[in-house]
Design a protein around this ligand. Structure first.
Ligand code: GLV
Ligand code: MG
Length: 347
């Protein structure tokens, strides 16, 4: 195990020092784009004003014969665009693929100074993070990068879930983690063909009551356990948890419900794979105005965050003060970045 001090040492002579705390960023949606598509690339500057993060996808969904075009396209879109405070991420190919090494070796020298986060698919354990950690430090040193490129793991293998805490705390380069329900379902041998969301057959039945009336069935959340495990592992390591993709673009309501569950359980954002999901994520991952009003009342009633008060018949104490602070801090971050949403909070 590394000693505490060496944990924060650069891994190569001349590489930038790792962050001790993560840069504060509003990341309600990680918006995926296919960078080999020229028409999509032409829209990136406009898109950058509408989303919190743009991610150039190089992995799954990019056909094998377009992998090199996607990599070149990502470099082109990174060079051509001023992203302002919108995050620029890429999802590289998996570590065992024929493309991953060149993804990193070409992208970091070309646009490493603009790249905030590399999303790493199919992470099985901390060893995957250690490998990239060292490689990135060497490249950062060679190319004179001033700030470290962060890593974001996709939690999408059964082995990854077994090792989730070790992955979360593998390196100060860790930004966060996203649940990848499609690959995880395949890896676990779950009997589904969906990308995220519920399943009508995953349910409990009400007890038989002796009558002939149909018993009520209650659909359960297939992802509850994994999201809870991921959130605890991430927050314990001071990094961020995200819900990943929702594949049924027609079913905005179910997408919203999935995002909402993730938000309530502690996730900071979700992926948007289709433009229609951008607004869903914006709405869901910005707190409700009446929740913010109530949270402000709690903070105002307990200026030093201690003691106990009653507000609207509900008991408040140090713990609810902390809950309120989470909501008010998020609302402030939303108001600073997104005046449309922020106007609802009256700061
Ligand atoms: C995402 O990559 C997934 O597999 O769900
Ligand atoms: Mg996947």
């Amino acid at each position: 195990m590394k000693t505490p001090r060496s944990f924060y040492e650069p891994l190569a002579v001349g590489a930038p020092a790792p962050y001790q705390t993560l840069p504060v960023q509003l990341e309600r949606m990680i918006h995926f784009v296919p960078p080999h598509n020229e028409k999509v690339r032409a829209k990136i500057p406009e898109l950058a004003t509408k989303v919190d993060v743009i991610l150039g996808n190089l992995e799954d969904a990019i056909p094998a014969d377009q992998k090199l075009a996607a990599r070149k396209g990502f470099i082109a879109m990174a060079e051509a665009t001023e992203f302002g405070d919108t995050g620029l991420w890429t999802r590289i190919n998996s570590l065992d693929s024929p493309w991953m090494l060149e993804d990193v070796l070409e992208i970091v020298p070309a646009v490493g100074d603009k790249l905030d986060v590399i999303m790493v698919p199919k992470v099985n354990g901390p060893w995957d993070i250690h490998y990239l950690d060292q490689l990135l430090a060497q490249l950062e040193a060679r190319h004179g990068l001033k700030k470290p490129i962060l890593l974001h793991a996709i939690l999408e293998t059964a082995q990854g879930v077994e090792n989730v805490s070790a992955i979360a705390s593998a390196s100060p380069r860790m930004h966060g983690m996203s649940l990848g329900p499609a690959d995880l379902a395949a890896s676990r041998g779950m009997k589904t063909t969906r990308v995220g969301g519920g399943h009508p057959l995953y349910r409990v039945l009400s007890d038989p009551d002796g009558s002939d009336a149909a018993r009520s069935a209650y659909q359960q959340d297939l992802w509850h356990y994994t999201i809870a495990r991921m959130v605890d592992a991430c927050v314990a390591a001071s990094i961020k948890a995200f819900y990943g993709p929702f594949g049924d673009f027609q079913d905005a309501e179910a997408c919203e419900a999935q995002f909402q569950n993730a938000f309530l359980m502690g996730c900071a954002g979700a992926w948007s794979l289709h433009p229609s999901q951008i607004d869903i994520a914006k709405r869901v991952f910005s707190p409700e105005a009446d929740e913010v009003d109530f949270a402000k009342k709690i903070l105002d009633a307990m200026p030093d965050g201690s003691g106990a008060v009653m507000i609207d018949g509900k008991m408040q104490d140090d713990a609810t003060w902390k809950q309120a602070k989470v909501i008010v801090d998020l609302a402030k971050a939303v108001a600073a970045k997104d005046p449309d949403q922020g106007a609802r909070y009256g700061f």
